[in-house]
Design a protein around this ligand. Sequence first.
Ligand SMILES: *Cc1c(COP(=O)(O)O)cnc(C)c1O
Length: 241
Amino acid sequence: MSANEEPAVTDPDADPDVDVDVAANLAAVNNAIAAAADGAGRAGDQVTLVAVSKTQPGAAILPAIAAGQRVFGENRVQEALAKWPDLKAAHPAVRLHLIGPLQTNKVRDAVALFDVIETVDRPKLARALAREMAKQERRPACYIQVNTGEEAQKAGVLPEETDAFVTLVRDELGLNLAGLMCIPPIEEEASLHFALLRQIARRNGLDGLSMGMSADYPVAIQFGATLVRVGTAIFGARRPM
Ligand SMILES: *Cc1c(COP(=O)(O)O)cnc(C)c1O
């Protein structure tokens, strides 16, 4: 952990939501993943569930860990620093994914805390990650976020810039590049974006595809998702921060 880490505190108001049965929801999502994989002729273990615990307190996360869930996703470094160091110390098998935008001034904390960084999206960030990983001698796996919908307000490299960015990240900087990640535009058919991400990954020899959320993860699995990022279907509605 870095020297300037904040003390691990959980929101004091953070009681678990008694209306949400996290273990039951998790079982249902795992069943749906297995069914979707089966339907696509894929083995269930080719798909990893990333339980997205953003805005959820430790009290909501613990039942998921108790039910066997080991991979979690957070979208903000500061929030993750407040929740996860203690949880990871108590549950060393847990793997934490960063699924939100990463500022370069948070790279040190992110490299120290996260096991997978799914949102590498610009050369400056890739270079900062390479420097910091060398310094910490810690090499979290990385995904490149692709802005498949070419939305102005969304992070990610444009589809036509992705091949060159893969070359930079994987071949020049030597990051441990596992695959690509996307968040399709809400109003568009997600499957078109999943297909595009798969196509870009294939032509670059990348196996990892992080795509699919609560609303569309079975479809993403049909299109080859290896990571699905599911929050509300497991934890219920997000808490106001
Ligand atoms: C919040 C979030 C998710 C989970 O979304 P749900 O609809 O709650 O499943 C997945 N991916 C990213 C990048 C997110 O920020």
